[in-house]
Design a protein around this ligand. Structure first.
Ligand code: ANZ
Ligand code: ZN
Length: 832
C-alpha cells in the first residue's frame, strides 16, 4: 500500500499514503491554510483542544482526541468561518523534574526535546493548527504573564498565604506531592507520611463559588451533563443554618461562643452531644487543662493518618472528651463537647451539633461512646439505638418543645425563625469548595513573584521586573526538594534587594501549581506575541468564548473550574467582556485494547508510530473516528485500520478515473447519483452538528460505492454526476482523511487546497423524491405500475391509468363501471 506512485492521473496510478504524507505538509505550511485571517471579514470560530503535556511522543489517546477537534475545525473552515485552532504545550510539571534528577540534567532539556518530538508527530498527523501561535507555558515570555496575573489577583486580595498541612516524609525531610504518597508511605523510602504545617499560597476561589455555580445555567445542554453535575458536586452548595452555642465556663476556662453549620435545624432538640474537629485550633482552645494531655496524644495519632484512612466510613469512630459543655440555644440542654476526627476542620465551621438519631456518623459515635440517642422526627422506623440505623426520612416532630407536632419541612422553617428572632442563628449557605492551594515546593513551575522582606513583609515584584525567571544552572539532585522548594537552595537566585526599602530580602521560593498555567492559555492564543499584557483584550473579545473545547473527562473538575474562575476574575479586572471561557465541551472517549485501557504493565499498548507507518495517517484517523461516536471509547482490538486504508484507496481511485474537466456543469448528469450526492452532503451537515462523525463516514462510504457503480455500469466516468460526487467525497473526506482528500482534489484539477474548497452547496430540488410508484388495479388485482410525480393530481393519475395497455388488456373490452383514484399511489378500475 505504500508503493511509490506513478503519475496520479494515469489509469494504473496507485494510492500511496507515503507519497502524500511527504508531499502535502510543506504545501499546507506554505499556503498557511490553517492560519485565520483574523480581520473580521468572516465570522470567527475558536476550536480548542486541551493542550498536551510533553510526556514523550504522541500516543493513541492523543491520536483520538486531536482527530475529533480537527474534524470540527476543518468542518467550520469549509463552512466559511474564520477558524482559530491553535496548539501549544502545558510544559511545566513534575515529570520533567523527576527526569532531570535521574539524568543529571535541567528540566528544560527533557521538556523541549519532548515538545519537538510531539510537534513533529502532530504535523505528520495533519492537525489543522495555526502553528504560528504555538506557545509553551514554561517559556518565560508566557510565564511572565502568569506572574503578572498572579499579582493582579494578589492586589484584589484573591491570592493570600496561610498555614496549611502538607504531606511530609520525616525521614527524607521532604514535602511530598499527593502522587508521591503511596499507601500512606513515602514513594522513595517507604516511611509513613505525616502532615506538616507550611505557609502556603491560596487563590480565594470560594469568593466565586456562587457565580461558578449559577453561571452553569449558561452551559446547560452545551457541556456534557455528567461534567456539569461533577462541577456542581465539587462546589457542593448546601443550604442550612448557623446555630450559635455557648460553651460554659469552667474553673480554668472562660465562656466561649461557638457556631455550627447544620442542614437540619429541625433536629436541634435531638442534639445529645457536640463535636469539634480534633485537629482544629478550636479543640486546643476549648480543652480543659486536665484533659489537654489526652487531646494532644489523640491529635498526634490523627496527624499520622492518611487522608484516605480518615475519610473511610468503615473505620471505627474515635475521639476524646474535652471536659466542656455546650448549651443548646433552643432547649437549654447541656451537651458534652467531644473532639473527634470524623468532623473536618475545614468544612462548615469545624464543629457540629451531633444528632445521633438522624445522622449515621453521629449514631456510630454515640454507640461507640455510649452517648444518648433521642428521636425527634418520628418516621415510623425502628429506634436507631436498636437498629443501628439513623433515620433520615420525612416525619413529624416529637420531643421538640414548640416544634413538636410539626411536619419536618415546616419545622426547619420554624426553627430558623426562632433562632433568628432570638439571635442564636440564621439561615446560611455552605460550600464544599475550598480555596485553591496553588503553591508547590517544586522547581519546574512558574516562580511566585513575591519578595519577603524582614521589615516590609510580603512585597510584590514590580511589574517592570517581570518575569522572575527560573535559574538555569541547577541540575540533577540540586532539583530535589529538601524540606522546602529546591529554589531555596539556589541562594544567589533567592537573595534580592527589597523593592520597597532596598534592604536584603528573599524571593518566594515556591512555584505555582501547573493548573494556574492552564487557566488562561486559551486567552494567550488569541494574541500570542503580545508584549503589553497577558493578551490583547480586543483579540480575546473577538475570539472568545471558545466555540468548541475538546478534551478528556479527567479534566471535568479542576482544570475547567479553575479556567472558569480565572475567566471571571479577568472579567472583573475589566480585561475581557465575557465571563465563561468555553461555550461547548466535547469529552472524547479513551482508546482501549481488548476491553482495557492501554498500559505498560498489561502489555496491551499499541504504538501510534507503528500504526501510522503501517496504515498511514489517514487510515488511523479515519479508524478512530469511524469506530464510534466521539464520546465513546474505541477498542483497537475491534477496529480495522486496514479496512480504512482500503476504503481510502477506493475513494481516491474515483478521482483518478473521473473523465471530465473542472467546472463541468453537473445538471446533465445522472439524476440518481446527483440525488445521492446532495443527500449525502445535506445529511453530513446535520450529523456533523450532532457530532455523529462516524455516521458521516458511513454515508461517504455509500456515496463512494454509488459513484463507482455509475462509472462501471452506468454512463461511465464521463458522466458529470461522477465528478460532482467525487468532488463532494473529497471535501467531506477532507475533515477526516486530509492527505487523501488533498490528493483527490489536486487530481481532480483543483488548486490550491481542498481545505479552501468550501462546503458543497446542496440543491434542495435534488433532495426531493422525484418519482413514486402508483399501482393500477383492475378489480382489485395489480395489473400495472406507473412512475409518477409525488404531487400528481387525481385527474392526471386517472388519465394515465386509463391509457395503461396492461390495464386495458385485463379489462378485455368490459365496460368500466367506476374508477377509484387515490393519488398519488393507486387507481382501481372496476368493470360492470
Ligand atoms: C445536625 C444534623 C442532623 C446534620 C441530621 C445532619 C443530619 P452537607 O450536606 O454535606 O453540607 N457537618 C457540618 N460540618 C461538618 C464538618 N466540619 N465535618 C463533618 N460533618 C459536618 O452536610 C452538612 C451536615 O454535616 C451538617 O448537618 C452537620 O450535621 C454535618 F439529622 O447537623 B448536620
Ligand atoms: Zn523591605
Amino acid at each position: 500500500m505504500s508503493n511509490e506512485p506513478t503519475d496520479s492521473r494515469s489509469p494504473d496510478a496507485v494510492y500511496s499514503f507515503a507519497a502524500m504524507e511527504r508531499k502535502w505538509p510543506a504545501v499546507w505550511d506554505e499556503l498557511k491554510v490553517f492560519t485565520p485571517l483574523d480581520d473580521g471579514s468572516r465570522e470567527r470560530r475558536y476550536v480548542l483542544d486541551m493542550f498536551p503535556y510533553p510526556s514523550g511522543d504522541l500516543h493513541m489517546g492523543h491520536a483520538e482526541a486531536f482527530a475529533m477537534g480537527d474534524v470540527i475545525s476543518r468542518y467550520w473552515r469549509q463552512l466559511g468561518y474564520d477558524v482559530l485552532h491553535p496548539i501549544g504545550w502545558d510544559s511545566f510539571g513534575l515529570p520533567a523534574e523527576n527526569a532531570a534528577i535521574q539524568r543529571n540534567a535541567h528540566p528544560s532539556e527533557w521538556t523541549y526535546a519532548n515538545i519537538d518530538t510531539q510537534a513533529a508527530s502532530f504535523k505528520r498527523y495533519a492537525i489543522s493548527a495555526d502553528w504560528s501561535r504555538r506557545l509553551h507555558t514554561s517559556d518565560s515570555e508566557y510565564y511572565r504573564w502568569t506572574q503578572w496575573l498572579f499579582l493582579r489577583f494578589y492586589e484584589k486580595g484573591l491570592a493570600y498565604r496561610k498555614d496549611s498541612p502538607v504531606n511530609w516524609c520525616p525521614k527524607d525531610q521532604t514535602v511530598l506531592a499527593n502522587e508521591q504518597v503511596v499507601n500512606g508511605a513515602c514513594e522513595r523510602c517507604g516511611t509513613p507520611v505525616t502532615k506538616k504545617s507550611l505557609n502556603q499560597w491560596y487563590f480565594r476561589i470560594t469568593d466565586y463559588a456562587d457565580r461558578l455555580l449559577d453561571d452553569m445555567a449558561q452551559l446547560e445542554g452545551k457541556w456534557p451533563d455528567r461534567v456539569l453535575s461533577m462541577q456542581r458536586n465539587w462546589i457542593g452548595r448546601s443550604a442550612g443554618a448557623h446555630v450559635r452555642f455557648r460553651i460554659e465556663s469552667t474553673p480554668d476556662q472562660p465562656e466561649h461562643d461557638v457556631t455550627v453549620f447544620t442542614t437540619r435545624p429541625d433536629t436541634l432538640y435531638g442534639a445529645t452531644f457536640y463535636v469539634v474537629a480534633a485537629d482544629s485550633q478550636l479543640a486546643v482552645d476549648l480543652v480543659t487543662e486536665a484533659r489537654r494531655p489526652e487531646l494532644e496524644q489523640y491529635r498526634d495519632k490523627v496527624r499520622s493518618l492518611s487522608e484516605i484512612e480518615r475519610q473511610s466510613t468503615e473505620r471505627e469512630k474515635t475521639g476524646v472528651f474535652t471536659g466542656r459543655y455546650a448549651i443548646n440555644p433552643l432547649s437549654g440542654e447541656r451537651l458534652p463537647v467531644w473532639a473527634a476526627d470524623y468532623v473536618l476542620a475545614d468544612y462548615g465551621t469545624g464543629s457540629i451539633m451531633a444528632v445521633p438519631a438522624h445522622d449515621q456518623r453521629d449514631l456510630d459515635f454515640a454507640l461507640a461512646f455510649d452517648l444518648p440517642v433521642r428521636v425527634v422526627v418520628d418516621t415510623g422506623e425502628a429506634h436507631p439505638a436498636e437498629s443501628g440505623m439513623a433515620t433520615t426520612g420525612d416525619g413529624t416532630l416529637v420531643n421538640s418543645g414548640s416544634l413538636t407536632g410539626l411536619p419536618q419541612e415546616e419545622a426547619v422553617a420554624v426553627a430558623v425563625r426562632i433562632l433568628t428572632s432570638s439571635d442564636a442563628g440564621e439561615e446560611t449557605v455552605n460550600f464544599r469548595l475550598r480555596d485553591w492551594l496553588l503553591s508547590r515546593q517544586r522547581f519546574w513551575g512558574t516562580p511566585i513573584p513575591i519578595i519577603h522582606c524582614a521589615s516590609c513583609g510580603e512585597v510584590p515584584v514590580p511589574d517592570d521586573q517581570l518575569p522572575v525567571t527560573l535559574p538555569e544552572n541547577l541540575r540533577g539532585e540540586e532539583l530535589a526538594p529538601k524540606g522546602t522548594s529546591p529554589l531555596a537552595a539556589a541562594r544567589d537566585w533567592a537573595a534580592v534587594d527589597c523593592p520597597r526599602c532596598s534592604g536584603s530580602a528573599t524571593r518566594d521560593t515556591d512555584t505555582m501549581d501547573t493548573f494556574v498555567d492552564s487557566s488562561w492559555y486559551f486567552l494567550r492564543f488569541t494574541s500570542p506575541g503580545y508584549t503589553d499584557g497577558p493578551f490583547d483584550s480586543d483579540a480575546a473579545n473577538n475570539w472568545l468564548p471558545v466555540q468548541q473545547y475538546v478534551g478528556g473527562v479527567e479534566h471535568a473538575i479542576l482544570h475547567l473550574l479553575y479556567a472558569r474562575f480565572f475567566t471571571k476574575v479577568i472579567n472583573d479586572l475589566g480585561l475581557i467582556d465575557f465571563d465563561e471561557p468555553f461555550n461547548a465541551l466535547l469529552n472524547q472517549g479513551q482508546v482501549l485494547n481488548g476491553g482495557k485501557a492501554m498500559s505498560k504493565s498489561l502489555g496491551n499498548g499499541v504504538d501510534l508510530g507503528e500504526q501510522l507507518d503501517t496504515f498511514g495517517v489517514d487510515a488511523v484517523r479515519l479508524t478512530m473516528i469511524f469506530a464510534s461516536p466521539p464520546e465513546d471509547d474505541v477498542d483497537w482490538a475491534d477496529v480495522s485500520p486496514s479496512g480504512s486504508a482500503k476504503f481510502l484507496a477506493r475513494a481516491w481511485r474515483l478521482a483518478r478515473d473521473v473523465a471530465t474537466t473542472p467546472g463541468t456543469d453537473p445538471s446533465m448528469g445522472n439524476r440518481g447519483l446527483r440525488s445521492a450526492t446532495h443527500r449525502t452532503v445535506a445529511d453530513a451537515s446535520v450529523l456533523l452538528d450532532q457530532h455523529k462523525f462516524n455516521v458521516v463516514i458511513a454515508k461517504i462510504m455509500e456515496l463512494v460505492n454509488a459513484t463507482r457503480k455509475e462509472i462501471d455500469s452506468g454512463a461511465g466516468a464521463a458522466d458529470p454526476a461522477v465528478r460532482e460526487a467525487t468532488e463532494a467525497v473529497a471535501v467531506v473526506l477532507s475533515l477526516f482523511a486530509p492527505y487523501t482528500a488533498e490528493d483527490m482534489w489536486s487530481i481532480l484539477g483543483h488548486e490550491p487546497s481542498v481545505a479552501a474548497a468550501g462546503w458543497p452547496t446542496v440543491d434542495e430540488s435534488l433532495l426531493t423524491v422525484d418519482s413514486i410508484t402508483a399501482v393500477v388495479q383492475v378489480k382489485g388485482k395489480v395489473r400495472d405500475r406507473l412512475e409518477v410525480s409525488p404531487d400528481i393530481s387525481e385527474d392526471e393519475l386517472r388519465d394515465l391509468a386509463l391509457r395503461s395497455e396492461a390495464a386495458l388488456r385485463a379489462l378485455d373490452g368490459q365496460e368500466i363501471r367506476t374508477v377509484i383514484v387515490r393519488a398519488p399511489k393507486l387507481v382501481n378500475i372496476v368493470p360492470v
